[in-house]
Design a protein. Structure first.
Length: 179
């Protein structure tokens, strides 16, 4: 039940997957919204602070997800899946994980470029590990922007592949993650 089997993902893997999926969608929407706010908007401070706090949560979840990935097995590929399909799935998952790792790092480096810590829901602060640096906010901001949009496209591709497996191939791939 907790661990994955050859036929299904376990409860922990499914909770991490769907929790991260919801969190990534929320972060994308909040990040997009934050870039559209004017200085005089009442939400000018609230939305970016919420985005940063949820970004820290995402960083913790991806670390937990990677640790779980090391100890939990993955279900076998769908019967009849071609070698290229298995390799494409691995490459797609690898790129998704890379984005999920680099996005919080780039966001953290951008947010702490002035040397101030990141407040997490006003409960505690994550300190700036690097000294204040002019210019870091710009290049990490651009990296964060492109990783965010690239990651969003990867998520859409991931969803499209899952739907293809469900409705065209009619195999068990999507059910492995739904439970």
């Amino acid at each position: 039940m907790w661990m994955s089997t050859p036929d299904r993902y376990g409860l922990v893997a499914r909770l991490l997957h769907w929790g991260m999926a919801l969190l990534l969608v929320a972060l994308f929407v909040l990040g997009w919204w934050a870039t559209e706010l004017s200085y005089y908007d009442p939400l000018y401070r609230i939305i970016p602070d919420l985005h940063r706090s949820l970004g820290i949560v995402a960083a913790v979840l991806i670390v937990l997800r990677l640790l779980w990935w090391l100890v939990d097995r993955r279900p076998d590929p769908a019967p009849g899946a071609s070698r290229w399909m298995v390799l494409a799935a691995r490459a797609g998952h690898g790129l998704l994980y890379l984005c999920m790792i680099l996005l919080p790092i780039s966001g953290y480096l951008m947010s702490t470029a002035d040397g101030r810590p990141v407040s997490v829901f006003g409960l505690f602060e994550v300190p700036a590990l690097l000294p204040a640096s002019s210019g870091r906010e710009e290049w990490t901001g651009m990296l964060h922007y492109y990783l965010g949009y690239g990651g969003a496209w990867l998520v859409l591709l991931h969803v499209a592949a899952a739907l293809k497996h469900q409705f065209i191939d009619r195999d068990d791939t999507l059910r492995k993650m739904i439970g």
